[in-house]
Design a binder for this molecule. Structure first.
Ligand SMILES: C[S@@+](CC[C@H](N)C(=O)[O-])C[C@H]1O[C@@H](n2cnc3c(N)ncnc32)[C@H](O)[C@@H]1O
Length: 275
């Protein structure tokens, strides 16, 4: 069994199906961040890239639109099937269902890229070492990952409102595989340096995210994707209704004429293959 079996099960289950269902709005919400990451990666015509944890393929297609040959790799069969449909007929785009931590790679890629697809490895140093084996000697790594939930009101505001309704539990290991596993900048730097990367830059990016046209839309979204959805899945009946009402009240303060808008904080990471 793979080290990453829990994640393989997770992303091939309800989570993968939900991501396919909400792909359009998720991509719209994350577009400002995609742009920052793709601009930083600066892919050019004739280059070869791997999009790690490409999911439904938004950034694979964005990189390919710049003339780069892109291979999207993901463990989620439903998300990848959707990505393949979106990329049908596009030149220089390929997708494979594969675990990026162990997939054998040839050292002929210019860029390893990811939008939020590299925080789920059971053995991050091993996985990033494997990814480095796919880079040319002068190849580069560029990815985006989340800072802590506390720095991300778009998840923490709803999350804090829901928390009192959840059963008491040990706080989870903040470095366990999951969206916020790389929140600690020094820890992330250590992983990349142990995995053999050089010229490591980890820069903060702060962008406002529009999580819904209005409160109803934002609540529906929070119930489907992300940490609030994971927490709400633990509740049922009156408890769930009360938690949803509390989250709704907390989000009320962030309603604007443009929609429900809250801040986000990510790390924009770049590094070189070899020292
Ligand atoms: C938060 S989603 C991001 C998806 C996509 N990059 C996006 O921004 O829409 C994380 C993705 O990483 C994928 N993933 C998790 N662990 C992986 C692994 N070991 N190898 C390849 N993909 C993985 C998941 O299946 C999922 O599609």
């Amino acid at each position: 069994m793979s080290d990453n079996q829990d994640q393989i099960d997770y992303w091939n289950g309800e989570a993968g199906a939900t991501w396919v269902r909400v792909q359009e709005r998720l991509d719209a919400m994350l577009e400002p961040l995609s742009k920052v990451a793709v601009d930083k990666a600066n892919p050019v015509s004739g280059e070869r890239a791997i999009d790690v944890g490409c999911g439904c393929g938004a950034t694979t297609l964005a990189l390919a639109a710049r003339g780069t040959a892109v291979w999207g790799v993901d463990i989620s069969e439903p998300m990848l099937a959707h990505a393949k449909q979106r990329g049908a007929g596009m030149e220089h785009v390929a997708f494979s269902v594969a675990d990026a931590a162990s997939q054998a790679l040839t050292p002929d890629h210019d860029l390893i890229f990811s939008r939020f697809g590299v925080m789920f490895f059971a053995d991050p140093v091993g996985a990033f070492t494997n990814l480095r084996s796919g880079l040319k000697a002068d190849g580069r790594l560029v990815f985006l990952c989340w800072q802590s939930p506390r720095e991300n009101p778009w998840v923490s505001v709803g999350g804090a409102a829901i928390a009192p309704f959840l059963p008491e539990a040990e706080p989870p290991d903040p470095k366990a595989p999951g969206p916020f596993a790389f929140a600690d900048r020094d820890y992330l730097h250590g992983i990349l340096s142990q995995a053999g990367y050089a010229d490591i830059n980890i820069d903060p990016v702060h962008v406002d995210l529009n999580i819904g046209r209005d409160l109803d839309d934002a609540m529906e979204f929070q119930g489907q994707v992300g940490p609030a959805a994971r927490a709400l899945a633990e509740l049922s009946g009156e408890q769930r209704e009360a938690a949803l009402a509390a989250a709704r009240e907390a989000l009320q303060a962030f309603v604007t004429p443009q929609g429900v808008v809250l801040g986000s904080a990510t790390w924009l990471v770049s590094a070189k293959a070899a020292g």
